[in-house]
Design a protein around this ligand. Sequence first.
Ligand code: ZN
Length: 209
Amino acid sequence: MNNPLTEDKIARLNEIAKLPPEEQGKEFQEFLKTLSPEQIEFLRNQQNQGCIFCKIAKGEIESKKVYEDNNFMGTLDINPANKGHVIIFPKEHCEFLSDLPNNLNLFDIIKKLSLIIVKTLKAEGINVIISSGVAAGQKIPHLLIHLIPRFNGDDINFSWNPKKIDDKEMDSIEASLKEEISNSFYVKEEEEKVVEEEPEEDFDEERIP
Ligand SMILES: [Zn+2]
């Protein structure tokens, strides 16, 4: 396929590539809105070439698949932190959390799979880890959700040293987050008129970690 992107589109892409990783997702989504369907398809093919998780999703690379629906796949991590370590990932290429389409019920999937993993592996707890952005420790440019079953004394340690942030700065962070959330989150929800779905009854939920 010939490159259908015009020179100004390519220049804009190069500008986006120079932005901090967390900004790239949003800017890229905006950029996509300016493209024709043909240009978008070309770009997606370019992006996904060489992406291991896109290839796993297409069945081009073998995996120990334990879950699949229209949007997500779950496989055993081949470099597990613990036995039963599962990764969930979007089947369409998504690099950052911000690239993920809305309303995919991802947390429902995380919750159900986590409970099943804990029960099946007889684990005593579970960590759910999403690293979005290089600064957050993301190593692979395809969004992964790690479900790591935990056992007492398993010698895995996620810890940080608490930072001292003065009250004034905490107040200012609280205010800016509140403003941003009330401007976008609640208004958006109202506009979308979210319809509450009936809970599914086919899943036997036990109260386990
Ligand atoms: Zn990918």
